[in-house]
Write a protein that binds this ligand. Structure first.
Ligand code: HEM
Length: 452
């Protein structure tokens, strides 16, 4: 059979090269793959859910088997999710596996991105894969938000209201963009079917296309690798694609699917029947979104209600925390590889990774950004924290405001110090021992300042 294809497509050479391709044998290179396998589970369970989900906001009276909501007026979309949970065989476990896979998917993407960031794997020639990666993160977040809002329950409806107020707060184009997205003033009949089109068609197409491109570029550029064991800028050390990487990845895929199935079968998530159908006149407390939008919610809760006028246009208070801040954060993240090489003047190719200690400034900045992200995410639960700590929510909020400003600086300084100390100790341990260092001459035949 292979010869048949080779006769017609001439694939022997490519396949032989592909089967021998070397993959670095380090656990930190597995996060990208786990994200990939979460995506496989998401698509498989998602297809099942679309067979029963009804993307319709028309009001109906519930007559299904969940008695506490009997006779309740609700949207056909919410009703179909109740039916999926109580009347469709395996419906509830599929819903749960899908939801857990979404939460884990975004978490693994973030960990993968942190791995790439703290080891400098985005440096030349991998800036393009970093840019595509940021796109993947944005698509994954959008998939999460649209999917999470499809049941049309009270909690996700509250989330949509917050998104609506952030969109409408954008100067000059806000009302137009909100109308385009929501089909009118929130809540609208159109939003459920629009979310459905985004969630099952537009965003998956963008996501799968970007993943394909991401992996194709990776295959073309090969992986980076850690220093040591004969690794060189022009030579990869590791295991061949066939058989070891294939079996390792297959095992990892089955393990990922098994863990997600266990979570879906054993741990309740998003019990929409306890929230009730969406009703714009009601909001329940505490209302927390899924973890990956917690930082946005937290920023809206912590930011003082600043309203200002710009060339005669009033800029409502959700704009700064809900639009400008996230825009800035994603802007800096996207441009990071270019900003770093511009500041350092380092435009060389890098296939050998750096350890966090080798780049103290980058590591300190990364830790500071992560601290802001964590404090903002925790701030999405300021009301819950106040209940637990038995202190007024205003005090909790002020405490978190203090933390989001001070903690990143403190942790950045500590991290920088730790990196420098680790470097110093390593150099001390090397003192007196001969070391072989490989230096590359630059175009002019000389050495860069660092190498000197
Ligand atoms: C759906 C989301 C994603 C999937 C499925 C994915 C998949 C992968 C896989 C399988 C690898 C090779 C193994 C590894 O290094 O883990 C990889 C490498 C890479 N990814 Fe991603 N990735 C995703 C998102 C991202 C994001 C958000 C970024 C950064 C913003 C990113 C940047 C990179 C870079 C720069 C490499 C090359 C790293 C190297 O050669 O060491 N990826 N990705």
């Amino acid at each position: 059979m292979f010869r048949w294809f080779d006769d017609r497509l001439g694939i022997a050479g490519w396949t032989r090269g592909g089967l021998r391709k070397v993959f670095p044998d380090h656990w930190s290179f597995l996060f990208g793959e786990v994200a990939l396998f979460c995506l496989v589970v998401l698509v498989a369970t998602g297809v099942f859910l679309t067979l029963f989900y009804v993307p319709d906001a028309t009001l109906v009276t519930y007559e299904g088997s969940y008695l506490p909501l009997h006779g309740q007026r609700m949207s056909a979309a919410y009703e179909s999710v109740l039916d999926l949970s109580f009347d469709v065989q395996a419906g509830l476990v599929m819903r749960q596996v899908h939801h857990w896979a979404a939460l884990v998917f975004v978490a693994v993407i973030v960990v993968h991105q942190l791995r790439v960031f703290f080891t400098g794997a985005y440096r030349k020639p991998r800036e393009l894969n970093w840019l595509i990666g940021i796109g993947l993160l944005v698509f994954a977040l959008a998939m999460g938000i649209t999917g999470y809002s499809l049941p049309d329950d009270l909690l996700s409806g509250t989330g949509l209201r917050i998104i609506y107020s952030a969109v409408i707060s954008i100067p000059f184009i806000g009302p137009w963009a909100a109308f385009l997205l929501f089909g009118g003033e929130f809540p609208t009949e159109a939003i459920v079917s629009r979310l459905f089109v985004f969630h099952i068609m537009l965003l998956p197409a963008l996501l799968l296309g970007a993943v394909g491109l991401h992996l194709a570029i990776l295959w073309r550029q090969t992986h980076t690798q850690f220093a040591g064991e004969g690794a060189r800028e022009d030579r990869i050390v590791g295991k061949a694609f066939w058989p070891s990487q294939v079996f390792k990845s297959t095992g990892l895929m089955l393990l990922t699917a098994a863990v997600l199935a266990l979570m879906g079968g054993l741990i309740q998530i998003n019990p929409v029947w306890t929230y009730g159908p969406f009703d714009p006149t009601r909001v329940s407390a505490p209302s927390q979104p899924d973890w990956y939008v917690g930082w946005l919610d937290g920023a809206l809760r912590l930011f003082p209600p600043i309203e200002f006028t710009l060339v005669g246009v009033t800029i409502p208070s959700p704009f700064l925390p809900g639009v400008l801040l996230p825009g800035l954060a994603f802007g800096i993240m996207t441009l990071w590889p270019f900003l770093e090489s511009w500041v350092t003047g380092d435009h060389r190719e890098h296939h050998i990774l750096e350890r966090p200690r080798d780049a103290p400034v980058r590591t300190a900045i990364g830790v500071a950004a992560l601290t802001v992200f964590v404090v903002l995410t925790l701030s999405a639960g300021n009301d819950v924290a106040s209940l637990i700590l038995r202190i007024p929510v205003e005090e909790t909020t002020n405490l978190l405001r203090f933390a989001v400003v001070v903690l990143p600086v403190v942790f950045a300084v500590i991290t920088y110090r730790i990196c420098r100390e680790l470097q110093r100790r390593e150099l001390a341990s090397l003192a007196g021992r001969p070391v072989a260092v490989r230096l590359e001459r630059n175009e002019a035949g000389g050495f860069t300042p660092e190498d000197e």
